[in-house]
Design a protein around this ligand. Structure first.
Ligand code: SF4
Length: 469
């Protein structure tokens, strides 16, 4: 599905390199492959061993970084970030990595995820005299590190991390070290790789493939990995860990060529489609998937059901961010810029339309209409995840609870709203088993589906998510 029209957005992606002469250039390529995780801002900070230097801006990786700018970023270590702004809002100051200079050393921070106790900690820190430069929750960590009172940086960082609640995959860089930390539930993906003698870290393994790096392992929940001239050291800042990786990373957010915890995302999606075919057998002529993220599930549905897969919907790849979007009136008149139905495929056919999720229902209604206008006699919508009934507090912009169509409507009511001939969602158990036969529901965050979140949610965070929109 197309993130920009769906109302479901990933917040960020991070990438880091240690020990390579072309660190900034590698980070540029790594960030480019993570662009789907955030398109609103990007930045790279490098270390030449003596100082940190950064360039950042609002826009896409290819818009912010020219060859000249990359050439200015000399050094053998770098961290980078792509951002989708929700928590704390947009604006240049919130674009990461955040860079802090003090008289003794500098610190750069890149964060993927969202802290659920950020406001609580900010109030405390401000009461102690901290002045925040940004409205992003990421900056809290820098203040906690500076105020920890520990002499050794690793102790200060561990102490600071132990105060955070929520989802965080952090890259923390000084002149002489790169630190990598993952929250005690491992809510967001974060992997380690090697490229020759250099180490690389990335939100998704697709970033390793693009630079020819080799995957080593995933960062463990509660782990602080320290990379410096002595090599790699793994420490723990929390022993109380329960793995709960975001199930939506597999359903929708991550790229199909990425592996998360050893499981290929395309394969997981295909399995979701296969399970749907068993849970929702439909008498139909053709299966089609909503591009791009639902294609894998549609292939799986077709394979398991024996109904042929066809490209019934195509996406216009050249609708960029700066393209003048049609007004609501023009949209209603049928100006369709992003998706088209292929008449030759769907005309006179009973179509199974596979999609990964329904957020507000408006996009699904539009696509069903497109298929019917192109001559489909029936449109059966099958969704490769359970209904999203609750907001996400961990860095995914899912809209407020009031905007989520499944929060107060039954499946039959949603079917009527989107105008489909039938509507089926994959069961929670089916989704989890499609990702991993062995992990069980305990290994995943399923908060937006079930309302059971792996961490406590602080009252002001709850208030923010229930009022926004
Ligand atoms: S609440 Fe949903 S989107 Fe958010 S981390 Fe959990 S599974 Fe992912």
């Amino acid at each position: 599905m197309l993130a920009e029209i769906k109302g479901l957005n990933e917040e960020c992606g991070v990438f880091g390199v240690w020990g390579h002469p072309d660190a900034a250039q590698l980070t540029y390529y790594g960030l480019h492959s993570l662009q789907h995780r955030g398109q609103e801002g990007t930045g790279i900070v490098v270390s030449d061993g003596k100082k940190l230097k950064g360039i950042k801006g609002e826009g896409l990786v290819s818009e912010i970084f020219t060859a000249d700018k990359i050439a200015q970023l000399t050094g053998s270590a770098a961290i980078g970030h792509v951002r989708y702004a929700t928590a704390g809002g947009g604006g240049y100051e919130n674009v990461q990595p955040l860079l802090f200079h003090s008289q003794t050393s500098s610190l750069a921070l890149a964060h993927n995820g969202n802290l659920v106790n950020a406001n609580y900690l900010k109030h405390q820190l401000e009461a102690q005299g901290s002045i925040f430069q940004t409205s992003s929750d990421t900056e809290v960590l820098a203040h906690l590190i500076k105020r920890s009172g520990f002499h050794q940086l690793n102790d200060a960082v561990k102490n600071a991390l132990s105060m955070l609640k929520g989802a965080y995959a952090y890259l923390i860089m000084t002149e002489t070290e790169l630190m990598v930390a993952l929250d005690p539930h491992g809510l967001r993906p974060l992997s380690l790789g090697v490229l020759g003698d250099a180490y690389v870290v990335a939100s998704e393994t697709c970033a390793f493939d693009v630079i020819g790096a080799e995957y080593i392992r995933d960062i463990m929940p509660g782990e602080l990995l320290i990379i410096n001239e002595k090599g790699l050291t793994s420490e723990r800042f929390s022993l109380s860990t329960t793995k709960a990786i975001c199930a939506m990373e597999y359903v929708y957010f991550s790229r199909p060529d990425s592996n998360i915890q050893g499981i290929n995302v395309h394969t997981a999606r295909k399995n979701m489609g296969k399970r749907l075919a068993v849970e929702a057998p439909i008498d139909a002529d053709v299966v089609t998937g909503v591009p791009d993220s639902s294609i894998s599930a549609a292939i799986g549905y077709a394979e398991a059901s024996g109904i042929p897969y066809e490209m019934g919907l195509i996406k216009n790849k050249y609708v960029g961010r700066t393209f003048i979007q049609p007004s609501q009136t023009l949209r209603e008149q049928g100006v369709k810029m992003k998706l088209s139905a292929v008449r030759g495929v769907v005309e006179g056919k009973r179509v199974v339309m596979v999609d990964d999720s329904i957020v507000r229902g408006t996009t699904s209604r539009r696509i069903v209409k497109l298929l019917k206008e192109a001559g489909a006699t029936e449109v059966h919508v099958v969704i490769s995840s359970p209904p999203i009934k609750n907001p996400c507090f961990y860095g995914i912009d899912t809209s407020s609870k009031e905007e989520l169509i499944a929060s107060d409507k039954s499946v039959e009511e949603i079917r009527q709203v989107i105008g489909a001939d039938s509507l089926t969602f994959l069961s929670t158990d089916g989704m989890v088993r499609a990702i991993s036969e062995t992990e069980g529901t305990q290994g995943f965050c399923l908060g937006c589906f079930t309302g059971n979140y792996p961490t406590e949610i602080y009252p002001d965070t709850l208030q923010y998510y229930y009022q926004k929109g």
